[in-house]
Ligand binder design. Structure first.
Ligand code: IMP
Ligand code: MG
Length: 181
């Protein structure tokens, strides 16, 4: 048991489950984009591990960029304000874009990101999210590729943090409520 394990009430997805699902998503994306060279935009920081595993499972030419946003303060619920902290570098006009995001909770961040990217006149924008909390959506967000649906609990690991910690856990678990309530 390491110190981080003790802070979890449960493990939701182990490394094996995550990698299997990512392989399926990668094959689906490769087949959908077989005649294109899409630009995958990882949303920092939470999406960095998902993006790095996902791109290695997509066996077609593609390009990678990053967008850093902040929508949360230091707690476990959205501050409601989304800010861009690092812009994309690749010119996406006329390109097929795939947004790669760690988790959709209220849907606010994703909505903001999609609207922002659409201003750059891409040919298309689709979204691939590792985790979705359908019961928490506050708006009608749509995304094309989903790893897993989960209930409304605060999860950490595999890129997802609480106060910047736990991102390095190789699996995804539920954070004990006593640590933030
Ligand atoms: P939304 O804007 O409410 O959909 O929140 C999306 C962002 O909040 C995600 O990209 C995460 O960075 C963060 N977030 C939402 N739920 C969780 C969670 O359960 N664990 C860790 N981060 C989360
Ligand atoms: Mg995020």
């Amino acid at each position: 048991m390491n110190r981080m394990n003790c802070d979890l009430s449960d493990v939701l997805f182990d490394e094996f489950k995550i990698q299997n699902r990512i392989r399926e998503l990668g094959m689906l994306i490769a087949s959908d984009y077989k005649d294109s060279t899409p630009v995958l935009i990882g949303i920092l920081k939470g999406g960095f591990i998902f993006l790095s595993d996902l791109v290695r499972s997509i066996r077609i030419p593609l390009e990678i960029d990053f967008l850093a946003i902040s929508s949360y303060g230091s707690g476990t619920s959205s501050s409601g304000v989304v800010k861009i902290r690092k812009d994309i570098d690749i010119d996406i006009s006329g390109r097929d874009v795939i947004v790669v995001e760690d988790i959709v909770d209220s849907g606010l961040s994703l909505q903001y990101i999609r609207d922002y990217l659409l201003q750059h006149n891409p040919a298309s924008v689709r979204t691939c999210v590792l985790l979705d909390k359908p019961a928490s959506h506050k708006m009608d967000v749509s995304f094309e590729y989903v790893g897993f649906e989960i209930s409304d609990e605060f999860v950490v690991g595999y890129g997802l943090d609480f106060n910047e910690q736990y991102r390095n856990l190789p699996y995804i678990g539920i954070l004990k409520e006593s640590l933030y309530k």
